[in-house]
Design a protein around this ligand. Structure first.
Ligand SMILES: Nc1ncnc2c1ncn2[C@@H]1O[C@H](COP(=O)(O)OP(=O)(O)OP(=O)(O)O)[C@@H](O)[C@H]1O
Ligand SMILES: [Mg+2]
Length: 288
């Protein structure tokens, strides 16, 4: 369970460059939820999630993981949190630093003090998860392509087998097939392990297809946090915030604007089909 209380973060506090990145965030993410985190560039998504594994310290406010106040706990607890809450960084270059791919992926399990055979097993499993060729294991991560670096960064976090998995734009830099593959593996991981998953994404389409709930950041504040259908009830507000809602949602928003009595809460093609069938049964007429 993740909970925040009046969580705020300023960068470069007390300098002319001071920026309020997140402000007064009060959220509660239950165990086992799959949350899509969405918002404009600069809205505070990466800053928010970096607090959940104690990489960033709040300027004010609190974070509780499983009821434990992270920053009044001892250092040991915070180190344990880094293993329990696995965070895949937005930019793989910020995460990769070892001489070889193998060393990078095994870094976490090694630090957890796991025996060698268990480390091997975890690296192997993580490689399968991200679909990375084993021939790359002895290469330097810096010699890889963007998509391969992304996969190594994800594998390094998967090897921790975290209770909470947080991924910041994991599909960026992957081709559409690679993207679908990673998202479907993450879905399987969530289903099979019952762990909590947070997926930061610019794509409302990816979020609505994968998550159970959505957290919307806007200008450093959390402006919505609800189930996927409840957030799409407010699809017009999402568009008002300049967010990129799925194409099918846009179609239904414009049908409503034209007076057709359809739900704004449509984000899959199947739902769209059902709504149109209902409309046709009613005669297919606009209200005015
Ligand atoms: N290291 C930093 N130093 C100073 N300001 C920062 C730093 N990182 C982020 N910011 C600022 O904090 C605010 C929130 O940034 P953040 O990176 O959390 O947003 P984001 O929603 O993740 O954006 P994006 O979608 O582009 O990844 C922005 O105004 C950003 O410029
Ligand atoms: Mg970001």
């Amino acid at each position: 369970m993740i909970k925040t209380e009046n969580l705020s973060h300023l960068y470069s506090e007390g300098t002319p460059f001071q920026t309020t990145a997140i402000e007064d965030i009060n959220i509660h993410i239950p165990k086992g939820d799959y949350v899509g985190v969405i918002g404009h560039t600069g809205s505070g998504k990466s800053t928010l999630i970096a607090h959940f594994n104690a990489i960033l310290k709040p300027t004010s406010g609190k974070i509780f993981i499983d009821g434990q106040d992270l920053w009044s706990a001892d250092k040991k607890t915070r180190i344990q949190t880094r293993f329990d809450v696995g965070l895949v960084f937005q930019y793989p270059e910020h995460q990769l630093f070892e001489e070889t791919v193998y060393k990078d992926i095994s870094f976490g399990p090694k630090n957890m003090g796991l025996p060698e055979y268990e480390i091997h097993k975890r690296v192997d499993k993580a490689l399968d998860f991200v679909g990375l060729d084993r021939a790359l294991l002895d290469k330097s991560p810096f010699d890889l392509s963007g998509g391969q670096k992304r996969r190594v960064a994800i594998a390094g976090v998967m090897a921790l087998e975290p209770k909470v998995l947080i991924l910041d734009e994991p599909a960026a830099g992957l081709d559409p097939r690679g993207r679908d593959e990673i998202l479907s593996r993450i879905r399987d991981y969530h289903r099979e392990t019952k762990s909590t998953v947070l997926l930061v994404s610019h794509s409302m389409e990816d979020v609505s297809r994968n998550a159970n709930s959505i957290l919307v950041m806007n200008k450093g504040r959390c402006v919505m946090h609800d189930s996927v259908p409840a957030v799409f009830e407010r699809a017009e507000d999402l568009v008002g915030m300049g967010l990129d809602v799925p194409k099918i949602t846009r179609v239904f928003i414009s049908l409503r604007e034209k007076g057709y009595p359809v739900s704004p809460n449509v984000y899959t093609v199947e739902q769209g089909k059902d709504e149109l069938m209902k409309l046709l049964r009613k005669g297919g007429e606009a209200n005015d």
